[in-house]
Each structure stands twice: as C-alpha cells, then as structure tokens.
Design a protein around this ligand. Sequence first.
Ligand SMILES: C[S@@+](CC[C@H](N)C(=O)[O-])C[C@H]1O[C@@H](n2cnc3c(N)ncnc32)[C@H](O)[C@@H]1O
Length: 232
Amino acid sequence: MDKDELYQTLLDGLARYTGHPLIGDVLRTVSRYPDPNLAHSLNKNQVASKKWLVTELMRAAVPPLGTVYVLGGWYGVLSAMLLNEDQLGVRRAVSIDIDPGCAPVAMLLNRRHVEQGRFLAVTRDMAGLDYRSDRFEGPDGRGGTAEFHAPPDLVINTSCEHLDDFPRWYNAIPAGTLLVLQSNDYFACGEHVNCVPDLTAFRQQAPMSELLYADRLPLKRYTRFMLIGRRG
Ligand SMILES: C[S@@+](CC[C@H](N)C(=O)[O-])C[C@H]1O[C@@H](n2cnc3c(N)ncnc32)[C@H](O)[C@@H]1O
C-alpha cells in the first residue's frame, strides 16, 4: 500500500465512522488536486478560525441567511462548512476569489451543493463587485441554470488582511448589509498588506452601524480578529 492509498483508506474509514460528508468531499478533492495549499486551507489554524466564525454567526444572526457571498473564498472550505450547517439556513453561497486556480477546486469540494444549485465559485476581484447589480449564474444540478441573485443577504470576508485598498472595497458594500469580517496581526506574511495590530484598529477600519460581535482568537503565530455587524 503506498502513502496515497494509506491516507485514502484512513479518511474513507473516518468518513464512514463520523458520518460527516465533508470528509468524503475533502478526500475526493485532494485526490484530484493534490495541492499543498489545499491542506493549508484546512490546517488547524484555518479550521479553528472558520469554526469560530460559524459558531458566532449562529449566535449573532437570525436564520435563514439566504444568499451569502464568501469573499477571498479560496478553495471553498468556509462555504462548505456554512452549507453543511442546516441551522443557518444558507440558501446559496457564492465563493469569490481573484485566483483562477481556486474556482475548479472549490466547485469539486462543494460538488454536493453544486448538484443542488446551492454553490458557485467565481473568479473575480472583490474590489470590483457591484453588490446591487452583479448577477451570477451556475449549474442547478438538473442540467439547467441557477441564478445567484444580488444583493447578498450576508457578505463574509476572512481575507481583509489581503486588501491593499480596504476603504474602496468597504465603501462599495450597501449600507446595512450584514457582514462577517476577519483580519489578523500576522504582519510577517508577505501577502498580508492590510494587517491590523488589534481589535480597536479593526473596528476603526470597518465601522459598523450595528455591531453584533467583536473579539479576538489567539493562535500560535498570530491573533485573528472578527467583527459581525451591519455596515455603517
Ligand atoms: C490565503 S487565502 C485566505 C486567508 C484568510 N485569512 C482566510 O483564512 O480566509 C486569501 C485568499 O484571498 C484571495 N484574494 C486576495 N485578494 C483578493 C481580491 N482582491 N479579490 C478576491 N480574492 C482575493 C486570494 O486569492 C486567496 O485565495
């Protein structure tokens, strides 16, 4: 048995034991795209941060959440977690990322949801989105087309530290939109052009008309910050 087979067999067994469909989804995706970045998107810090988000969103927001945009959505892990949580009432998730390598991986990871017309991955710069008039179309799983209408009911951006012009992105979001934002103080990472030193600075960067949650999550090398609220 080679290493691939070994891990495949173990994940297969765990998927059966836990009954959690995401394990099978990950196994299928990593078999087709054996990219170390996919493992990176599921490392313990990433999963802890996304789990924190889902838990606090459940406490702060009133379901159903309708159409959700996940910006900087990477390989679609957060969308998969949200769509797996029936309690949240997410009808549709659109994962938007500027990197064209992300959409095919995210579509495969979320294949179960694609087949129900509930998930779409799109290659776009989040800074150029028009939240009122953009229309996204994806497969409905029955050979037809599902429309992912704007405006979204919830906008999530866990990649705020990646935005070189945060005010331009933030100001384009319609006032009153429900938001979940994460940033961090991991200044040492070269791709992080917009880190914040603390929660106060993050709150100043993203002023909310109604703040439902604001806290920090200390991780091994950095601290992650999260705000849930309505755009001011
Ligand atoms: C490293 S990943 C995720 C990091 C983030 N801290 C998280 O946990 O979700 C950052 C993602 O944001 C994407 N990204 C960066 N700038 C973007 C932009 N302007 N529009 C859309 N996606 C962007 C990158 O392509 C990448 O997939």
